[in-house]
Design a protein around this ligand. Structure first.
Ligand code: NAD
Length: 431
């Protein structure tokens, strides 16, 4: 590694926050000058792990006139690996010799200072997303931000500010909620909204899967290095499964309900996680939406348990099932007869988000959709907080009064950082 300066970081010096007015906008196009077709767009990626590699590959595959010019990661070896792989896959768009590599906790700042970078793809662990995206927007870069975009109330506020600043400055922000661009999701939501299943009565949604990775601590690793490496298991970095993974379902039902929920009441616990993981194994959340409609949501990661990943919308005239990944969407009438179906491929959706981002910049109509993904990420936080505290928690409280800020007060690569441990309902405080 990496952050040789061993400089101290906190949420404030990761970015210099700007005050901004909140808006209720979801996806916005703010017109600006179109780019000449021949002008190349220069990409950089921050976070060169599994998804960073996947996202840059999607962009380079689907778009012409783009090049990779910089890569940043905590570890330079991850940058090198990504560039090597991409230069083999896309020799016309990536040069192994000239792509700039930046490493350490400050690497992303060097990307943002680089005048040769037009578009930055962020795929680090989620805890950094809101601060990095805000810094990118302030630097005038176009952004692709993987989901989730925030894991606490402080991050949500930064996202709202960044959304508004990007709209004002006419720079793009597309987010990694790929199901919004998957054909069977889009058409199922259209069917629901045109009344094919009648009025929505309620929704059930599940993201239940088996176990996930754990990266054990190596000798001589500082607390910070260990937590950054084993990020899924520390809530300030991942937000727990409900944020990191299940935000896909939450984003889908928020889209269908055309609203954020009013409140959440939840339960869950942990039985199988490694001893030092802060994560829970499972959570069940009842989200109350306007007009008393309930979304009954469940997520679980337990080895050898049965997987289920879908959204089922019950209406007065029928039922719509929207299956995750490549499992398609279907509508049944009340006699169980299938009256509509559509298949779609997740791989196409992953590419479509990058096509849409670049096209919107080229057309001078930059897409800004951060607020809708910030809302979905915050709905995940709301459910987690309700589960962790054992209280019914309102959306208004979490978005206007909560002081929940999980980002460490200081962060240095070699520093100490005590784990908060796992939450215990009835003991964990609502803040
Ligand atoms: N849209 C999807 O379907 C999808 C799928 C997988 C992952 N993701 C998201 O992508 C993100 C990354 O997940 P992943 O599976 O690639 O994880 P990963 O552990 O494979 O990669 C994360 C990379 O980010 C780097 N990193 C962490 N903090 C950094 C920092 N401050 N500065 C620079 N680099 C930093 C790490 O060193 C690592 O290389 C997560 O938010 C995850 O939820 C989305």
């Amino acid at each position: 590694m990496t952050d040789s300066s061993d400089k101290k970081h906190n949420r404030r010096n990761f970015i210099s926050a700007t005050a901004a007015t909140l808006t209720a906008s979801t996806m916005v196009h703010s017109a600006t000058a179109a780019l000449p077709a021949e002008q190349p767009l220069r990409l950089a990626v921050v976070g060169c792990g599994g998804r960073g590699t996947g996202a840059i590959n999607d962009s380079l595959t689907i778009n012409s006139g783009v090049t990779l010019v910089a890569a940043a990661d905590l570890r330079v070896g991850n940058c090198q690996q990504l560039v090597k792989t991409m230069s083999k896959a896309h020799p016309d768009k990536v040069s192994q010799n000239s792509t700039k590599l930046y490493s350490g906790l400050d690497g992303y700042k060097q990307v943002l200072d680089d005048p040769d970078v037009d578009v930055v793809l962020f795929a680090t662990s989620p805890g950094f997303r809101s601060v990095m995206v805000q810094a990118a927007v302030q630097a005038g870069k176009h952004v692709f931000a993987e989901k989730p975009v925030c894991v606490d109330a402080a991050g949500y506020k930064l996202c709202t500010e960044s959304h508004n600043t990007a709209v004002k400055n006419k720079t793009a922000i597309v987010t990694g909620t790929q199901y919004r661009r998957q054909v069977n999701y889009i058409e199922a939501v259209e069917q629901i909204q045109k009344g094919t299943i009648g009025d929505i009565i309620n929704v059930t949604a599940r993201y239940c899967t088996s176990g996930i990775w754990y990266r054990p601590r190596k000798e001589n690793m500082s607390d910070v290095e260990y937590q950054l490496t084993n990020w899924m298991h520390f809530i300030w970095l991942s937000g727990d499964q409900i944020c990191e993974q299940a935000v896909h379902n939450i984003d889908t039902f928020n889209w269908i309900m055309k609203s954020n929920p009013v409140s959440a009441y939840a339960s869950g616990g942990r039985f199988t996680r490694p001893a030092d993981s802060e994560m829970w194994d499972s959570m069940s959340v009842d989200y109350e939406y306007p007009e008393g409609k309930t979304v009954s949501f469940m997520c679980r990661q337990i080895p050898n348990s049965q997987a289920a990943n879908d959204n089922v919308i019950y209406g007065t005239k029928g039922t719509c099932q929207i299956g995750a990944s490549n499992s398609g969407s279907r509508i049944f009438d009340h006699n169980g007869k299938k009256i509509w179906e559509k298949n779609g491929k997740i791989k196409d959706a992953y590419r479509e988000e990058h096509r849409a981002l670049i096209q919107s910049i080229r057309d001078g109509q930059p897409i800004v959709e951060l607020q809708q993904t910030a809302d979905s990420s915050m709905v995940a936080v709301l459910g987690r907080v309700a589960a962790y505290t054992g209280k019914k928690v309102t959306w208004d409280f979490m978005t206007t009064e909560s002081s929940l800020d999980l980002f460490p007060k200081t962060l240095t690569w070699n520093g100490s950082l005590e784990s908060t441990g796992w939450a215990v309902p009835g003991k964990t405080k609502l803040v």
